[in-house]
Design a protein around this ligand. Structure first.
Ligand code: HEM
Length: 403
């Protein structure tokens, strides 16, 4: 397909979050992707940076070490407070917002814990968790909110067991992480949530020094490579990233399949399709729908433009994952699509550490749900389902279902 570059780059756009159709990214992103690989983006704090929407440009930015992910350098494309990320004073150990070599030190300590092989060992346990929740749903009877009854507890229980965090405390960390991921809450509220979460986890880490368990946090304590404060920071990142994302993929995935009954039947009845469906839903829905953002540490030549040192570039994973240059019929959901590389888990050094776990959770959770309740359906019209346009991670706030 031929692309044009009609839009003069001096004309800045703002990052869109309002969607014309709940399962598709905002139409503007698709139009801009067609027009130019890079546009000037106006940030709420007045910063003038850049927006990348094409698959190849997004991947180039995320792979380039000249772009930093340090919170104090990047401007936030959407949200109530422009400087809220730097105000948050990320705690030690929050390695998502560090650059190599600092980032590498943490990532190395954790990579071995999240390999495909290790995650596969969790499969039977995840299947048991899913089955238990489905029995509870059946016993309580219809209707149910699928988010609270199923999508949120699965990854929360799994990440709690993996880390060694007591699940009985889930309401507190789910509440704190919802505050942190909101686009509408202010920096003060977020600071309170983050400080509270870190204090809770620091306490837990101290406890594990005295009474170690067979879990990841006890392992980090025993390795002696990190301070208690750093381990609490690592734990907060894993806890937040480990439950909100997958929970939203499960619930939004179910919402999507319920609107595509033929594809739902394939996921339910054909075990092979469960695997390809997980990849396709990840691509099609791309729940990390804002950013990531990076900031140039030096002048970078890209797509015929000079991105000056200090300028922030926001990439759109959602737009990249619908790029017709990379995907055939990109706007069509096709659960039998042969797997092809997508950017739902990001790219480069920060590419999602938990992606194998997320894949396994999705591959188990969706077919198990559809088999247990073969006549599952929405209890409201699709238009009544509250969508998470107000959150950093897209999805549904609630999903009323019946059977
Ligand atoms: C990073 C997406 C599940 C842990 C990321 C990034 C994306 C992403 C896009 C890169 C962010 C950036 O470049 O700035 C997702 C999606 C998930 C998911 C769509 C579910 C469907 C999980 C799970 C864990 C996890 C289950 C649990 C351990 C992390 C961590 C990072 C990360 C620790 C930071 C990696 C680093 O900075 O080196 N994720 N994620 N994620 N994710 Fe996930």
């Amino acid at each position: 397909m031929t692309r044009t570059t009609r839009r003069p780059t001096a004309e800045a756009v703002t990052f869109p979050t309002a969607r014309q159709r709940p399962l598709d990214p905002p139409d503007e992103l698709g139009r801009w992707r067609q027009e130019a690989p890079l546009l000037r983006l106006a940030y709420p704090d007045g910063h003038l940076g850049w927006l990348a929407t094409r698959f190849s440009t997004v991947r180039a930015v995320l792979a380039d070490p000249r772009f930093s992910n340090r919170a104090e350098l990047t401007h936030v494309p959407v949200g109530r407070s422009a400087r809220e990320l730097s105000l948050l004073r990320f705690p030690p150990g929050m390695f998502l917002r560090m650059d190599p070599p600092e980032h590498t030190r943490y990532r190395r300590l954790l990579t071995g814990q999240f390999t495909v092989r290790r995650m596969r060992l969790l499969e039977p346990r995840i299947a048991r968790i899913a089955a238990g929740l489905l029995e509870e749903m059946a016993a309580a009877g219809p209707p149910a909110d699928l988010v609270r009854a199923y999508a949120l507890p699965i990854p929360s229980l799994v990440i709690c067991e993996l880390l060694g965090v007591p699940y009985r405390d889930h309401e507190r960390f789910q509440r704190d992480s919802a505050t942190l991921l909101s686009l509408e809450r202010g920096p003060e509220e977020k600071l309170v949530a983050l400080d509270g979460l870190i204090a809770y986890l620091a306490d837990l880490v101290r406890h594990k020094r005295d009474e170690p368990g067979d879990d990841l946090l006890s392992g980090l304590v025993a390795s002696g490579g990190l301070t208690e404060e750093e381990i609490a920071g690592v734990a907060s990142l894993l806890l937040i990233a480990g439950h909100e994302t997958t929970a939203n993929m499960i619930a939004l995935g179910a919402f999507t399949l319920l609107q595509h009954p033929d594809q739902l039947a394939a996921v339910r009845d054909d075990p092979e399709t469960a695997g390809t469906a997980a990849e396709e839903l990840l691509r099609y829905l791309t729940i990390v729908h804002i950013g990531p953002t990076r900031t140039a540490l030096e002048d970078v030549e890209l797509e015929g433009h000079t991105i000056r040192a200090g300028e922030t570039v926001t990439v759109s994973l959602s737009a990249a994952n619908r790029d017709p240059e990379w995907f055939d019929r990109p706007d069509e959901l096709d659960v039998r699509r042969p797997p092809a590389p997508h950017l739902a888990f990001g790219h480069g050094v920060h590419q999602c550490l938990g992606q194998q776990l997320a894949r396994i959770e999705l591959r188990i959770a969706l077919p198990a749900l559809l088999r247990r309740f073969p006549d599952l359906r929405l209890a409201v019209t699709p238009g009544e389902v509250p969508m998470r346009t107000d959150m950093n991670i897209y999805g549904v706030h609630r999903l009323p279902v019946t059977w």
